[in-house]
Design a protein around this ligand. Structure first.
Ligand code: PGA
Length: 257
């Protein structure tokens, strides 16, 4: 299985800055067959970066992801972007990120529709799951992860489940969250196990890449990448500095060997 190194730029960088970043990254990175490098810029920069990748025939080296999408194809949905509008521009879409869930009030039902819409449009959904600090303190991690998977994948058939990537991101470990703590590899290992168990329970198979995200940086990335069942990383802060992001890509290759 490939290793996925995904950078979520969140609401950072103008279009110009995004383009300069991509230019720098393309110069820095080596193309490794087993490593899938994905960046998720803001929606407004997607088209520019897509053209930039096409122009330099670099679509294999770096893939694009949307940070969100809407599940209807077109219509009166002010401010939203549909799968059909993203088709040909992105290969992936991050869905159900905790910032979408907790800042913008996205519900499990909406998330499940977004996952299904992405699959219909041939965009690979990266479904984010993860417990909050309170849920963890109350010992609810297992229940929360299983519930989020059950509801997020509700409209995904046995046939389509292989098209989904799961990202485990404990909300309490995300660097921008107040009082964020670093998740220990043991904590992460247990949650990753729960995720794989639930996928097996729901689909009688478990072929999905599962990523880890939460304050990953070049010094701890190796420890997370070597946890059994972890197939890559989803990063916020560390993806904003091209040299750091590139260092993590190189590290992923070394860990794979
Ligand atoms: P972080 O963010 O790497 O800055 O903790 C991860 C994320 O929110 O996806």
């Amino acid at each position: 299985m490939k290793t996925y190194i995904v950078g979520n730029w969140k609401m950072n960088f103008t279009v110009g800055e995004s383009s300069i970043y991509l230019h720098k990254l393309l110069k820095l990175i080596h193309f490794y067959r087993g490593i899938e490098v994905v960046v998720a810029p803001s929606t407004i920069a997607l088209q520019t970066l897509s053209l930039q990748l096409n122009r330099q025939s670099n679509r294999k080296k770096v893939k694009l992801a949307a940070q969100n999408l809407y599940y209807r194809d077109y219509g009166a949905y002010t401010g939203e972007v549909s799968v059909s509008q993203l088709t040909g521009i992105v290969d992936y879409a991050i869905i159900g990120h905790s910032e979408r869930r907790y800042i913008f009030g996205e519900t499990d039902k909406e998330i499940s529709k977004k996952v299904a819409a992405a699959i219909r449009g041939n965009i690979t959904p990266i479904l984010c799951v993860g417990e909050t600090a309170n849920e963890r303190d109350f010992g609810e991690t297992e229940e929360v992860l299983k519930d989020q998977l059950l509801s997020g994948l509700r409209d995904v058939s046995l046939e389509d489940i292989k098209k989904v990537i799961i990202a485990y991101e404990p909300v309490w470990a995300i660097s921008s969250v107040k009082g964020a703590r670093l998740a220990s590899p043991d904590d992460v290992a247990r949650s990753i196990e729960i995720i794989h168990e639930q996928l097996k329970a729901l689909y009688k198979k478990d072929e999905n890449p599962v990523l880890y995200g939460g304050s990953v940086n070049p010094s701890n990335a190796g420890a997370y990448l070597t946890i059994p069942g972890v197939n890559g990383l989803l990063m916020g802060g560390s993806s904003l500095i091209a040299d750091q992001f590139n260092a993590i890509i190189d590290l992923a290759k070394r860990v794979q060997n």
